[in-house]
Design a binder for this molecule. Structure first.
Ligand code: KQY
Length: 363
């Protein structure tokens, strides 16, 4: 494996869309007791359900800590590869490499990771094990890696259409805990250099109370070139309304890198999901403080789905909009089977199905 100091775009590499074909998917077996209730027991079952579905059409590699290897191996089907790798938490989207391709070769990008904001407003300390995972994974997969550790970025904060357009949010990428020494223009240039993009569409915000500083992958995702889904509520009294509306206005007034007007499909949100006292009691304290407080609103959104080669795996919240979300996605992805997975136990950790996956594009 070579550690490269150049940028992907100058080498002719770019980030494909998630709806392009994958050769595999990386995930991490959950273990962190202040993120996941009851020693991550319920979260492991939910992760296993997602892994099972993805592994029907992609080679899934699951990273498990030394002490969790046997449990992971026992819970997961034989077709899934389990490797021993240390981690601080379980968000492959944010700590595994972002993969780029030139059509004949795959390479990884090793971004800097500081637990969503470092000492400014990050979510845990230390994060050094997570920060080392992208490079280790490139070594395991035998792909060259771009050293971008001086630029803080999580995979959940970007979406690419594979045709030169990247979506992100200002709330996240301009937050004080990521790259405060850089201007918006410099950050945009780094995205273009690294992802092979020609155009960055900056949404203002993401999902209300999203502790990642509002990752784009929870509010908006490409479903095809020139088409996106946007998390939506018609309830004007909900703080989410203004956030989604500002995204809608920006998207409807944007063209993509190919000059197309963006077609926006609204994906209704579930009614607000809040954590219960019993669920909070199942979480260990972090540095002596509770991770969550009873009644806290969680950042639930159906947009946090994963596009595998054969399926759309979409979170479900036991809400009346669960079925509607699946129906909308089925129309938008006619060649894939849409599957819902009850994801409350993933949401309690602060993210959802997209956040626990990282696709490896096929050549
Ligand atoms: O949404 C994500 N990409 C990760 C969420 C991390 C939350 C940590 N508690």
């Amino acid at each position: 494996m070579r550690i490269l100091k150049t940028s992907p775009s100058e080498d002719g590499f770019m980030m494909p869309a998630e709806f392009s074909r994958h050769s595999g998917c990386i995930m991490i077996f959950p273990h962190r007791r202040d993120s996941w209730q009851n020693g991550a027991y319920a979260a492991r079952k939910a992760f296993a359900e997602v892994i099972n579905i993805i592994s029907l059409s992609e080679k899934v590699t699951v990273c498990a800590r030394y002490e969790d290897y046997d449990s992971a191996r026992k819970m997961l089907p034989e077709r899934v590869r389990v490797i021993e790798m240390e981690s601080d938490d379980s968000w492959a989207r944010d700590v595994a490499p972002t993969f780029v391709t030139n059509g004949s070769e795959i390479r990884g990008i090793d971004w800097g990771f500081n637990a969503w904001g470092g000492l400014h407003d990050g979510l845990y300390f230390p994060w050094d094990k997570d920060n080392k995972m992208a490079r280790k994974l490139c070594d395991v997969l035998d792909v060259d890696v771009y050293d971008k550790r001086s630029f803080i970025l999580e995979g959940g904060s970007i979406h690419s259409d594979g045709q030169g357009t990247v979506l992100t949010t200002e709330a996240c990428l301009l937050s004080g805990g990521r790259n405060p020494q850089l201007t918006k223009q410099q950050i945009e240039q780094e995205l273009k250099n690294s992802l092979g993009a020609k155009k960055v569409i900056w949404l203002k915000s993401g999902i209300y109370n999203d502790e990642t500083n509002e990752h784009v992958d929870n509010i908006c995702a490409f479903t095809a070139p020139g088409e996106v889904v946007l998390a939506w509520t018609d309830d004007e009294s909900d703080p989410q309304y203004e956030m989604s509306k500002s995204c809608l206005d920006i998207l409807e007034n944007s063209t993509d890198a190919c000059g197309r007007k963006i077609k926006v499909h609204k994906l209704p949100l579930p009614k607000p999901v809040t954590i219960t006292a019993e669920e909070c009691a199942g979480l260990d304290d972090m540095d002596g403080e509770p991770t969550r407080t009873p009644g806290e609103r969680l950042a639930a959104s159906y947009v946090n789905f994963y596009i595998s080669n054969k399926h759309i795996i979409c979170p479900q919240f036991d809400d009346k909009n669960d079925k509607t979300a699946l129906e909308i996605l089925a129309k938008l992805f006619p060649t894939r089977t849409v599957v819902g997975v009850y994801a409350r136990d993933i949401l309690i950790g602060g993210g959802n199905i997209h956040c626990i996956t990282q696709q490896i594009p096929a050549i």
